[in-house]
Write a protein that binds this ligand. Structure first.
Ligand code: SF4
Length: 320
């Protein structure tokens, strides 16, 4: 990826204990995200996107590999240093009502991060909150409302205001648009893009909605069973997907979705995703791949470069 790197994820894996077994959520994932750019992550439910987003923010500790953010190896920071770094790394997720304190006003919710980090007196913090609310398309008077009094789109704007009040460098948006109507999604996407341009923000944008991902992303990573199976500049990936899984995903989205129901089409691939507890041998996708041959069942593919910045984990990438 070109540009000054802000986030460098190298060989990161994460598994969770499930009874006596292990669920392999993220497996040997690497990518670099330049400052001011967006990496979109797509894949079916259970592909590890959300876990990867939390590993990138050091909200989860990886089993192996490393995460370097803004020149710091996050695992080498003390708890105090990591808390200070968190100012620069924020998360926006799907359910604003679950993330906001419903007993506090919108103003208090947006102000909380400033208070936690000891930034400014009450007057100063109030001014910043009002400016931020206006910047995300709300009014100062919304500061006195309670989250449940707002629409879904307004609640998500509050989440964005809360995430950006500390002026972070990186924001992970985890299905941040999924609960919104299509027209509101478009407004929030435009807002995210404007804020990115103004503040040189980097986003990791996790979504099922390929239309939204292609609209906002500079890079797209396709995840399957915890691995990034294809990673490329967004234009190149959309123009010439190479991995059979990416092609199948894209084939499942024929047009710009018009409804919430249509947005779930990324789920609609034939065959079932194998269990991340009992991973297939060889290529993870061989149980669903129309091109699988014997080699695929026994040998795990390594990444192949089909262009200088386009990598694909398939034995036949560039040939199929
Ligand atoms: Fe399909 Fe084989 Fe490529 Fe895996 S390695 S995606 S099974 S062709």
């Amino acid at each position: 990826m070109s540009g000054e790197p802000l986030l460098r994820v190298s060989g990161v894996s994460k598994s969770f204990r499930v009874g006596r077994q292990r669920l392999h959520a993220v497996r040997n994932v690497s990518f670099v995200l330049p400052a001011g750019q967006t990496l979109g992550l797509v894949g079916e439910s259970g592909s590890g996107k959300s876990t990867l987003g939390r590993l990138a923010l050091a909200l989860l500790k990886s089993d192996s590999g490393s995460v370097e953010f803004d020149g710091n190896q996050l695992s080498s920071l003390s708890d105090r240093q990591l808390r200070a770094k968190r100012k620069d790394m924020q998360l926006i997720f799907q359910n604003p009502l679950g993330a906001l304190n419903e007993r506090s006003t919108v103003g208090r919710n947006v102000m909380d991060p400033l208070t936690v980090h000891g930034m400014g007196d009450l007057e100063e913090k109030t001014k910043r909150v009002h400016r931020m609310l206006e910047r995300v398309g709300l009014q100062r008077t919304h500061a006195d409302a309670y989250p449940f009094e707002l629409s879904g789109g307004q609640q998500q704007r509050v989440m964005i205001a809360r995430a950006l009040i500390l002026e972070p460098k990186l924001v992970v948006c985890d299905e941040a648009l999924s609960a919104l109507d299509v027209s509101v999604q478009a407004q929030i996407l435009d807002l995210l893009l404007q804020l990115q341009r103004e503040r040189h923000l980097s986003y990791v944008f996790i979504a099922h909605n390929l239309t939204a991902v292609s609209y906002i992303s500079d890079w797209i990573g396709v995840m399957y069973l915890g691995e990034i199976v294809e990673l490329a500049p967004a234009d190149e990936l959309l123009e010439s997907p190479s991995h059979p899984y990416t092609k199948a995903l894209f084939d499942s989205v024929l047009d710009i979705p018009e409804s919430k129901e249509a947005r779930s089409e990324l789920e609609a691939l034939p065959g079932e995703i194998p269990s991340p507890i009992d991973l297939p041998s060889g290529c993870s996708f061989h149980t669903r791949c129309p091109l699988a041959v014997e080699k695929c069942r026994t040998l795990r593919p390594i990444d192949r470069m089909v262009s200088p910045s386009h990598r694909v984990a398939c034995h036949f990438a560039g040939e199929v």
